[in-house]
Write a protein that binds this ligand. Structure first.
Ligand code: A3P
Length: 296
């Protein structure tokens, strides 16, 4: 009760130009100073690009497909969220990490330039998952409706403009996907696409397995693909964020496992909104060629 009464839609404060929730901004120095172990794995995404899905795949790969082992705790306990800070008594990501022995699987939404430099100094492995801008936007819009710690999304049309301007929590989608893309070779980052995972989950699970220098049987791969289907994760209480109390994540407004598809943006953008968005996209992405697909 006490925790929920202090939950509010937190204002955003810029950290080196990137809007972050006030509790993150206020604790920035300790986040930036975080020293991972070289064996730790970073899973980085812009919010709503497929983070939870990737965390589940990785946990299953590390446990040779053992479904029960991967139900030992909810996602954010198994794989802490590096920069998250809420008012006490909710533990921060750093609190959880401190109590865990490496190797740890660490989630972040920080753009590349805000990732604590210890990750690169220690040559940690990192998986980045990118999702096409329009579906990412729609997913974030529903998330902001239901997540009572995020700023109010307001009407959808205005939300499109906030997204284009980089005014949402964790900043610009455009800068985010570009930042990791430009560093992927130098930093040995595995850069994945949500659309590829939907199109051929087995291929992408195998790609993650090779990147992690793991080797699991074909049978176990099949099992992991099955356990991480949208339907199964939606029903899995250790993966569907039912662990977060409803005053914080009001899943009656929109479930965390909402739709899980490519192309849902077509049900939300009007043709005019889509045209305007595409014109702006061309400008913002003209300096780079990242092979995004808005349909599969
Ligand atoms: P939608 O809102 O489009 O349904 P994140 O984990 O980064 O917050 O991303 C959440 C998005 O990924 C949501 O998208 C959610 O439904 C989708 N998602 C989660 N698990 C998935 C799975 N196993 N398969 C496909 N999509 C999944």
């Amino acid at each position: 009760q006490k925790a929920s009464s202090s939950i509010t839609r937190f204002p955003l404060i810029p950290v080196r130009g990137v809007p972050l929730m006030n509790h993150i901004a206020n604790n920035w120095d300790s986040i930036w100073a975080f020293r991972p172990d070289p064996s730790d794995l970073l899973i980085a995404t812009y919010p709503k690009a497929g983070t939870t899905w990737t965390q589940e795949i990785v946990d299953l790969l590390l446990h040779n497909g053992d479904a029960e082992a991967c139900k030992r705790a909810p996602t954010p306990v198994r794989s802490p969220f590096l920069e998250i800070f809420s008012p006490p008594p909710i533990p921060s990501g750093l609190d959880l990490l401190e109590k865990m022995d490496p190797p740890r699987v660490i989630k972040t939404h920080l753009p590349f330039q805000l990732v604590p430099p210890g990750f690169w100094e220690n040559k940690c492995k990192a998986i980045y998952v990118a999702r096409n801008a329009k579906d990412n936007l729609v997913s974030y819009y529903y998330f902001d409706l239901m997540n009572q710690t995020q700023p109010e999304p307001g009407p959808f049309d205005g939300y499109i403009h906030k997204f284009m301007q980089g005014d949402l929590s964790w900043g610009s989608w455009y800068d985010h996907v570009k930042g990791y893309w430009l560093e992927r070779e130098k930093r040995n980052i595995l850069y994945l696409f949500y659309e590829d995972m939907k199109e051929n989950p087995r291929r992408e699970v195998e790609r993650i397995m090779r990147y992690l220098d793991l080797s699991v049987s074909d049978e176990v791969i099949s099992q992991i693909v099955e356990l991480t289907s949208f339907k199964n994760m939606k029903e899995n209480p250790m993966a569907n964020y039912s662990c977060v109390p409803s005053p914080v994540f009001d899943q009656s407004i929109s479930p965390f496992m909402r739709k899980g598809e490519v192309g849902d943006w077509k049900n939300h953008f009007t043709p005019e909104q889509s045209k305007l968005f595409d014109e702006d996209y061309e400008k913002q992405m003209k300096d780079i060629d990242i092979p995004f697909r808005t349909l599969i």
